[in-house]
Design a protein around this ligand. Structure first.
Ligand SMILES: [Zn+2]
Length: 125
């Protein structure tokens, strides 16, 4: 079905290894969603987080057709998914990687918002 829509035919599922229950499933939808981040793994993670009303997916496992690209690997790390399985090696893993991102120094008089955020958080906690 994905191939008919010209989508790269990659599918992913997230499941609970303790119960064997399926939590979410998704297929690559970059073209149909007009979204270069709509990889199967990321859509599957979004659905699982929404369904479970959680930010992280500790203890769950992800099975995907193709070895995740660098973008998906970083997202998977953020979710704390405990194990990833893939069926085929990715022969083009650098496709979504920016090779030379550059730091841009912007001068302003305001305090760095991130510093401010964490300073306030530390005072609260
Ligand atoms: Zn990906």
């Amino acid at each position: 079905m994905a191939m008919e829509k010209n989508e790269i035919p990659v599918g992913s599922i997230i499941f609970n290894p303790s119960t064997g229950k399926l939590v979410s499933k998704a297929r690559n939808s970059e073209i149909s969603h007009n979204d270069p981040t709509a990889h199967a793994e990321i859509l599957c993670i979004r659905r699982a987080c929404k369904k479970l009303n959680l930010k992280r997916l500790d203890g769950l496992e992800l099975l995907t057709y193709l070895e995740p690209c660098d973008m998906c690997k970083e997202v998977i790390k953020s979710t704390r998914i405990s194990q990833v399985y893939y069926l085929f090696k990715n022969n083009n893993p650098k496709r979504k990687t920016i090779l030379n991102p550059k730091f841009k120094l912007i001068k302003n008089n305001n305090e760095n918002l991130l510093k401010l955020f964490f300073k306030k958080k530390r005072i609260k906690d």
